[in-house]
Write a protein that binds this ligand. Structure first.
Ligand code: MN
Length: 282
């Protein structure tokens, strides 16, 4: 099952995404896809409803907002693909590298503004995990029970803020608009194995990242279990699991985003995103 939120910023409505991209209005079932609704069994309520009776909505030209209205924490895993750690010259960590993103998620295809004067904007296609059931000290064997579903995510980064100003990575990760999420939240029953999905990203039609989630160092269950030792995981929390090789920083010499660039990314079964890069003043 795929669910999403469509409409202008701040006015999104919940929809079910069917075969061939058909959209059905979910407002007869729920006001919005919120963390509270996810925690209160929204996915089961949709499954038990008469899908065919839900009104169809014309799908052409719609904007997809983030598929959860009020994502709580955005917890990020760094250096979680062997090839990516090598390209940025950092050792593979023995324990998961964890940092937070401090901005709100944006829509899959919303434009991305670069920080004023910044020249090292970079891309990171990632598999996102949305939590559906609260928990702490979650065993790996139970981790999947706490997952509402998966989504596509671009962990946009200003490398100069991340790596040249001292302190913590979060400075380079939290600029407004640096968290495109979606277009959909895809439930686990539709993803046979989240650790065997093609994951890719192109800039201006040139493929930079071309990987597979099979190369995750710490997999989905391990990450959920590990993070639950440190964080109370709550419905609506988003965990993004790291990026494969091919980021701009990994090129020799490095390649960074500039206004006018178009970033196009996707993961098998989780849809695609396309962002136009703008200057802060645009
Ligand atoms: Mn990342």
């Amino acid at each position: 099952m795929k669910i999403a939120r469509i409409g202008p910023v701040g006015q999104e409505i919940p929809v079910l995404v069917g075969e061939n991209g058909q959209l059905r209005d979910l407002r007869g079932i729920v006001d919005d896809i919120s963390s509270q609704a996810l925690g209160d069994g929204l996915l089961d309520r949709i499954r038990q409803s008469d899908i065919g009776a839900l009104p169809l909505i014309p799908a052409s030209g719609v904007r997809f907002g983030p598929p959860v209205a009020d994502v709580g924490k955005i917890i990020c895993i760094g250096l979680n693909y062997t090839d990516h750690a090598a390209e940025v010259g950092l050792d593979l960590p023995g324990e998961p590298t964890v940092f937070m993103k401090g901005c709100r998620p944006s829509g899959a295809n919303d434009p991305v503004r670069l920080p004023r004067g910044a020249e090292k904007g970079d891309w990171e296609v990632e598999l996102g995990i949305v939590i559906g059931k609260p928990g702490m000290y979650i065993e790996e064997e139970q981790a999947v029970d706490h997952v509402a579903g998966y989504c596509l995510f671009n962990d946009l980064t200003e490398r100069s803020y991340q790596m040249e100003l001292g302190g913590q990575w979060t400075k380079g990760k939290s600029f407004p608009g640096f968290a495109p999420m979606g277009p959909w939240l895809v439930t686990g029953d539709e993803i046979a194995n989240p650790e065997n999905l093609a994951i890719w990203l192109e800039v201006n039609g040139h493929r930079h990242q071309d990987g597979t989630t099979a190369n995750l160092v710490f997999g989905v269950a391990a990450i959920v279990s590990y993070l639950s030792r440190f964080y109370a995981l709550e419905p609506g929390d988003l965990i993004v699991t790291g990026t494969p090789a091919g980021v701009g920083l990994g090129h020799k010499p490095p390649v960074f985003l500039k206004p006018g660039d178009v970033v196009h990314l996707g993961i098998d079964g989780l849809g695609e995103q396309r962002q136009t890069i703008l200057a802060w003043e645009d």
